[in-house]
Design a protein around this ligand. Sequence first.
Ligand code: HEM
Length: 370
Amino acid sequence: MQFPAVDPIPLPAPVWLFKLLHIVTLSLHFVAVEMLLGGLLLAVMLSAMRNSDHAQVLSRALARRLTVVMTYVINLGVPPLLFSQVLYGRTLYTSSVLIGLYWISIIGLLTLAYWLLYQFSARVQAGRSAWWVGLSAWVLAGVIARLLSTNMTLMLRPEVWRQMYSASAAGAYLPTGDPTLTPRWLLMLAGGLLVGGLWIVYLAGRRTFTAAEKQFAARLGGTVAALCGVVYLTAGLWAASVQPAVVKAGLATDPLYHYAGLAGYGWIALVIVAILLGAFAALGKVTAGWLGWAGAAVLLLTEIAFVVYREGVRDLTLLAKGFDVWNRAVVTNWSVVGLFLVLFVASLGVVGWLISVVARAQKPMEGAAQ
Ligand code: HEM
């Protein structure tokens, strides 16, 4: 119907392979995004608690790591962007063009947010007032998240494209009236605080903190995770409840997509486990490393379940409007696919090795004078 014609060049690999790679890389992007959105807001709040030494140490520890997290946000955002363009180009390109001015502005906003993040980190390390710099970076990251949610929901609404284009062909017009947009955006923001809280619980297990700092971190991170986990769960249920009836029905009964529906239930169970881990840490009695690692594993699985469910929502919404993502001419070029997979696994190995080198390096105590 309203979709542009399909590209006559066939796909060079099966749809399922693109989907699999998309799910893996997008889940990792979301882990990094949530660490950034939640970790930054918590670091900002801690940095403003100027009369608490423990808060300052923890804020410094988070700020120092956030500039690294940002590199993962960006680098893990590129692969899913490529995979979604291959699979959904006809709809994703259209929505990107329709909000073109805002879409392209993400590059500028991101550069500014990154610069502010470095300023925030430097000021926190130097013991200077920094909350307003960090908060500005966080607001920009929140705006970027909003623009991404706007595009990812606009790509599902071909029925409004023509009227939007008539209103502004300059890409200067943001869509309105989509009931799924705000819950979806808030879901990502709330998830950030759950992840940020459990990240602090993980830090509480590190040997570079004193016993008193560990206790402070476990209590604070656990409390944030437990409380914000409930908000995250509520936002998720809200986002699911506003989906069209045909999508809900597909998630329950479609032979393929009912697995995505099951992933939704898996997501609920995992978030509840994450909340319980947070509540346990909030008691402040345990600061052991296993608690942090358990939190990290649960969060990774949570993001995977979320992405699978989200794929179901997208594909079923588009299917109801005449776009079948599986219906593509495929001429697989196995030698290229093989080479890609070898390089993909090798690069994951290199990143793993990099992380292990950093983990094994001698580290000063976090509270030591800078
Ligand atoms: C501060 C930086 C960033 C933030 C806060 C952020 C946040 C988000 C959020 C909230 C979503 C989910 C939107 C939704 O579905 O409702 C998302 C999706 C996505 N992001 Fe990021 N992002 C950032 C940077 C990037 C960058 C630099 C790239 C690419 C170079 C990128 C690529 C993507 C892609 C491709 C998706 C959606 C993929 C899909 O649904 O197929 N992001 N991001």
